[in-house]
Design a protein around this ligand. Structure first.
Ligand code: PMP
Length: 365
């Protein structure tokens, strides 16, 4: 239909999974586990839950459209100006806001590939041009990105650690890269999984905001290490001048009252954060070892998920695992048809995953 603009018709839909209950009903199974969306298997921070409860009686009011307390706390915690913090309906919304603010048809956005799919989707929505730079040995190719910059480049997305590879850029390389990017190109650093990364050496804090000057945006989320994916709250840290433009574009009440309250409480729940990190750090070596014993290649990660290469099509493994009640992600939509991605679960979930993978691969011959 001529109603649909060609750049919208060209978009491949982001494949949302069915609700677990529905999948189970169709397959006639119960008690399945989901390791497909990089969620926190420990649930939400108990302090966040309590904070939500305290806000329930204010639900007839609109949320604080300025996100005052949460922005203030984030600014305090990370030593950045409050005017440079923008809240979003998940960090997805920050990504989308940056794109809607700065990209128009005819302008280019550089996206490493494979990386998080929302970058491409949002660029396509505004009719911008995507310039893909393939990963090199599963690492973001900074030199390749520098070479891809043209007069039309407006944004560069860097996901650190990168989804789906779990890889982190060496800090030195990243800093050298930032100095070489022209100052009128905005670099978006998506740190959705940074809380899981090794704090020694490779951790990228906010200090490079100073080095880079105004044109860098760092995005973070409460969906992963903080366990609040269902509430949809994330944030971006940037120069206040950039934040000012994003505020003009965003919806006035984009983050709900419970989400703001829970995020504020979660930010201060250091014990929960540490528990989440420790779970991942303790479970990964065991998972690696089990996968290795099966003779499978895997990509060591600094996030809460990792890639495993299958001896057959990953989609087939996905289907077979699903029948056994273990939900993993087949990476064909990321251009990795032989890889599955799983996030670290509880020890029981991880054991069940390994047991099921062994069985499924044996059955598939
Ligand atoms: N960035 C990356 C790399 C992600 O993997 C995700 C979640 N899948 C997000 C951003 C978005 O997270 P949220 O919108 O829940 O903050």
């Amino acid at each position: 239909s001529k109603l649909v603009p060609p750049h919208i018709a060209a978009i491949e839909p982001y494949p949302p999974g069915k609700p677990i209950e529905e999948l189970e009903r169709e397959l006639g199974i119960v008690g399945s586990i989901k390791l497909a969306s990089n969620e926190n298997p420990l649930g939400p921070s108990p302090k966040a839950l309590q904070a939500i409860e305290e806000k329930l009686e204010t639900l007839h009011r609109y949320p604080d459209g300025s996100g005052y307390y949460l922005r203030n706390r984030i600014a305090e915690k990370f030593g950045v100006p409050m005017d440079g913090v923008v809240l979003g309906n998940g960090s997805n919304e920050i990504i989308e806001l940056v794109i809607r603010t700065f990209v128009q048809p005819g302008l280019e956005v550089i996206v490493p590939n494979p990386s998080f799919l929302v970058y491409q989707l949002s660029v396509q929505c505004v009719g911008g041009s995507l310039v893909f730079v393939p990963l090199r040995d599963l690492m973001i190719d900074l030199e390749g990105i520098l070479k891809a910059i043209t007069e039309k480049t407006r944004l560069i997305f860097i996901n650190n650690p990168n989804n789906p590879t779990g890889t982190v850029l060496p800090r030195k390389n990243f800093e050298a890269f930032l100095e070489q990017v022209p100052k009128d190109v905005l670099v978006v650093v998506d740190e959705a999984y940074i809380e899981f990364a090794d704090p020694n050496g490779t951790f990228l804090g906010f200090d490079y905001l100073d080095r880079r000057g105004p044109w860098v945006v760092v995005t973070r989320t409460f969906s992963k290490a903080y366990g609040l994916a269902g509430l949809r709250v994330g944030y971006g840290v940037m120069d206040p001048a950039v934040a000012d433009y994003l505020h003009r574009v965003r919806q006035p009440f984009n983050v709900s009252t419970p989400a703001q309250a829970a995020a504020l409480a979660a930010l201060d729940d250091e014990a929960f954060l540490e528990k989440s990190r420790t779970l991942v750090r303790e479970q990964l070596p065991w998972l690696y070892q089990q996968v290795q014993e099966m003779g499978l290649d895997f990509q060591p990660t600094q996030a809460n998920f990792f890639l495993i290469r299958m001896p057959v099509e990953a989609k087939v493994v996905y289907q077979a695992m699903l029948q056994e009640g273990v939900i993993v992600r087949a990476m064909n939509s990321y251009g990795l048809p032989r890889h599955i991605r799983i996030n670290v679960g509880t020890p029981q979930e991880n054991e069940r995953f390994i047991r099921t993978l062994r069985k499924v691969l044996k059955d598939l011959g």
